[in-house]
Design a protein around this ligand. Structure first.
Ligand code: AP5
Ligand code: MG
Length: 204
């Protein structure tokens, strides 16, 4: 299965991606996670991307396209993959089309006013888990016990820029994948398990 997850910042892409990849045994490829890992390790890519991500703007297309092309060429992607947070512009979608064909573009929708609450309450772990303070008030990760942290771009100013970038550059992908005949809209304004049930019905 070759799946793209679309949705605004905070829509629940990462949360659903973890569950989908576990159930269908797919590699979870999140450009945001790859970029943040490079920032943590202080690589040249991380140094280039840090200020852009912290401001909530988009990293240049050629940079993320190269990351994804490279990642999709690895052996574990031969029979399928899930892309979380890529593509994010029409140019990225066209680039992806030139070397791979997605079978599903799952678009998680949620009312805009709920996104800020979800994002500002998010607590992350280095192991990849993410929680919301309202349902997980503990400061440590259930899976690995490490201390949770708040993402550098999860502040109101960066979130406003991320939402703007979404509206301007990413929202047009909904029409792009509708025209390609692979778009599936999923109501993300439900419980994590409720959203996952809808996605499972589509994929099963
Ligand atoms: P990225 O890491 O992709 O961030 P994003 O798109 O802003 O999305 P988020 O990760 O914030 O949200 P999510 O949809 O994954 O929600 P989550 O499941 O965590 O990108 C970060 C930055 O990297 C970009 O701004 C850009 O600079 C750069 N970048 C990355 N890819 C790029 C690309 N292709 N091109 C250019 N630049 C790129 O959930 C959010 C919260 O809600 C959590 O607390 C979670 O616990 C909670 N939650 C989730 N689902 C539910 C539910 N159903 N009910 C209640 N709470 C829920
Ligand atoms: Mg995410």
């Amino acid at each position: 299965m070759k799946i793209i997850l679309l949705g605004a910042p905070g829509a629940g892409k990462g949360t659903q991606a973890t569950k989908i990849c576990e159930k269908y045994n797919l590699p979870h490829i999140s450009t945001g996670d790859i970029l943040r890992d490079n920032i943590r390790r202080g690589t040249p890519l991380g140094q280039q991307a840090k200020a852009i991500i912290d401001r909530g703007e988009l990293v240049p297309d050629e940079v993320v396209v190269a990351i994804v092309k490279d990642r999709l060429s690895l052996d574990d992607c031969k029979s399928g993959w899930l892309l979380d947070g890529f593509p994010r512009t029409i140019a990225q979608a066209k680039a992806l089309d030139s070397f791979e064909k997605a079978e599903y573009a799952i678009n998680i929708t949620i009312p805009f006013e709920k996104l800020l609450y979800r994002i500002t309450g998010r607590r992350m772990c280095e192991c990849g888990e993410s929680y919301h303070v309202s349902t997980h008030p503990s400061p440590t990760c259930d899976k690995c016990g490490k201390t949770l942290y708040i993402r550098a771009d999860d502040n109101e100013e960066s979130v406003a820029n991320r939402l703007k970038a979404y509206e301007q550059s990413t929202a047009p992908l909904v029409d792009y994948y509708a025209e390609a005949g692979i778009l599936k809209n999923v109501d993300g304004d439900s419980t994590v398990d409720g959203v996952f049930e809808i996605i499972s019905e589509i994929l099963d």
